[in-house]
Structure formats: C-alpha cells, structure tokens
Design a protein around this ligand. Sequence first.
Ligand code: 4AD
Ligand code: MG
Length: 432
Amino acid sequence: MTVTTIEEIHKYPDQTVTLRGWLYNKRESGKLVFLILRDGTGFIQCVAFKKDLPEEVWDAAKSVTQESSLMITGSVRKEERAPYCGYEMGVQNIEIVSKVEGEYPISLKEHGADFLLEHRHLWLRTPSQMAVMRIRAEVMAASRDFFNERGFVNVDAPIITANACEGTTNLFQIDYFEDQAYLSQTGQLYMEAAALALGKVYCLGPAFRAEKSKTRKHLTEFWMIEPEVAFLTFEENLAMQEEYVSYVIQRVLKTRAAELNLLERDTSKLADITAPFPKISYDDAVKLLQEKGSEIQWGDDLGAPDETLLGEHFQKPVFVHRFPSAIKAFYMKPDPDRPEVALGADLIAPDGYGELIGGGQRIDDYDLLVQRIQEHDLPMEAFGWYLDLRKYGSVPHGGFGLGIERFVAWISGVEHVRETSPFPRTIYRIQP
Ligand code: 4AD
Ligand code: MG
C-alpha cells in the first residue's frame, strides 16, 4: 500500500493510498461520517460511507475522537468543491493508532490567551499556529539564503558569555563553576571579531533578556539575526538592511501565500514593502512626533505610542537615525560631524510592531572605546578581547540585529510576538 501525505495527494488521483495523521474534526450525517484528517502537511476530508464498509471500520469512523492518531486508507478523488485541499478520500480502512479518551483540551471553539499558552504543546496543532510556524521557518530560511547568497559566512556566537552589552538591568546571570556568567543578550561583539577574520559574517541564534515589561513585543528569549561587515559605511549598512527586509517579505509572500491567507493577513500592504525605506533623523522624528501630540522631548527614547505614530505616518518601515549617544549602547560610534549623536539607526515597523532592527557603526578607536566602557561602568577585564580588535587591524565596521519574532509577527499579522515563538518565554512563563 502506498503511504503518502496530504501535500502529495495530488499525485494519486483515483488510486488507493494510506495517510497517517490526527483527527482534526468530525461531522456525522446519518450513514456518512466526514473525518477531517491533518498530517502536518495539510488537511483533507475523508468520507466514510456505512454501506461500503465492514462493521469494524464503520465503528472506528463513528468512535474516533478529536486528535486521536490514525491511519486511513482510501481512494483519492479530485473534487474541486472539497474543503481544504481540492481532494477527498473515500474511506476503505481506518486504523486507530492511539485513541484520545475523554475530552481533548483544545476544542474547536475560542479559548483565552492564558489557557492557550498553558497548552502551547497542543495549541501548536491548531491551523493558525501551524501557519505561523511555517512562516517562521521560511523567514529563517530566507534570512540565511539572503546572506549566504551574498558571500557572508555564518559564524555562531556563544550563548554563555562574560560580556554585558545591551544594558546591565536585563541580564540573566548564571553560575559558571566558581565564576558568574550571563546568557548572551547579543552575538554582536563576537561577530565583530569574526568580521575582522572573514569580512562578512552573520549569526542567527537565541538572545536572552530578563525583560520585566509585559508588552506585545517582548520575550525573555528571542532569536536574532546579526550580520556584521568590515569596512562597511553607515549608508551601506542601511541599504543592506532594507534589501534584506524586502527580500524576506517578498519571498514569504511567494512561498507562504496559503498560510498568510489562512491568517487573513492583508498582503497588499506587504507587497508594497520594497527598498528603499524612508529615513528620518532622530531630531526630525522628535519634531514630527511633537506635532502629532507626543510628549517626547529631545533625549528621550521613542515610546511605543511614538513608534505607532511613525508607522502610521510613513506606512512603511522607517529608519530613525542618529539617536542621542546617551540613550544608546556603549559601542555605538559617534557621528564625526556631531559627536552627541550616534551613527546608528533603528528600523521601526508599521502597525505598532515597533523596533524591528537596531544597528549601526561600531567604535573603531581604542581610546574612545576604553572611555565608553568606563562611562558605562562595565568591567574592563571582560572586554580585554574586544579591545584587542581595536589594537590589531581595526577598521570601520558595522552591522545590525533583527528580532525574528517581531519580524514574523508583523509579516503574519499576529498581535503578540509570543505566538511566533514555538515555546515562548516571558516574565511569567517558562512552561511548557
Ligand atoms: O536593538 P537591540 O538591543 O540591538 C542589539 O542587540 C544589537 N547588538 C544588534 C546588532 O547590532 N548586532 O536588539 C535588536 C533587535 C530589536 O530591534 C528587536 O527586534 C529585537 O532585537 N529584540 C527583541 N525581540 C523580542 N523580545 C525582546 N525582549 C527583544 N529585545 C530586542
Ligand atoms: Mg534597540
């Protein structure tokens, strides 16, 4: 007997095949039972007709419960009007692998967010969640492809580190034998070392921040892609970012149209996301926001409402560049023409998804970097190796970091980043 998947079923019209999966849903009407099978590659309606079936097979069709695992053998019919996949299966045999006794926790009605998060291990089986996971996988693959195709080398950054780099208030500290260490907030410093070895590099891995804020944009564990390039200029850095973001979006639109459709994402907005993106200085952004009623003052970071206002104004991702150095990380290179601002930019996504990218030029001067490490009260010993990079063949360089979950949330149109992580970690949740 041919065993196949729902995705491949089109290859077997009018043939008898076996599908393996789980019962998503069931409808009964007299002498007919409609079994909706899912197998991870899709959904298909399997029709059991009492008069065609031995008694035990008919009994299995009647008694099988939601999310029981089963194998169904039957004849494949092309049926334009069939729900789900345009094919239907006429049931000949059913083998129940494991029957769910009692009620399956996630019924097909609406559930609250907390309940669903508690049952994340089962929630993942829901069509919308499977769609988001497929989009996430495509974003990951497209991200790697973009940089691989452009001659970048994928270098992996360590997860256990002695370096705090994105502020000291959100560090996860761990015991490391006799010492203390942290879970990495960013792979950037290691990518800088790797860029001076290999020229163009990137890492794609988890980052950890003990975020105490409960917002739709913050997780305590998230994934970040971080390219870093030697001899890169600020303008080239922004161009790389807008090309990368556009590439991933256009690719997902092409390859994950069915999933975006299932999620009811308005894709016409995404289709317009092509490079170049608008760019506004922090100075002008503050003025614009004040005109729009924000209370922001020069020197303040953008608040979530400010990011939303910018998104509404530009209707595209927008670069805000040259923030005051005082509110940015210690490694940011000052603008040579105006040292009080940093030669960096944040890319703000539309529709309230907030800061998608943080990036910019890095300090390449040894003495200035020493000064900044001191000003930020960071332990000089831990940064000895990082300072070496400014002693041995320092060059102008830069890069960026994009948060995968925010990117996936925006592309998918889901409200909260926690739905874009297979097993999200937030301040109140480490289970499942
Ligand atoms: O702006 P951030 O802090 O930049 C860095 O970490 C740099 N070292 C990156 C670099 O230049 N190599 O973080 C970068 C991005 C943010 O723009 C956001 O998309 C995401 O990481 N991010 C988070 N995503 C989810 N939950 C959180 N708590 C996040 N914190 C940052
Ligand atoms: Mg940032």
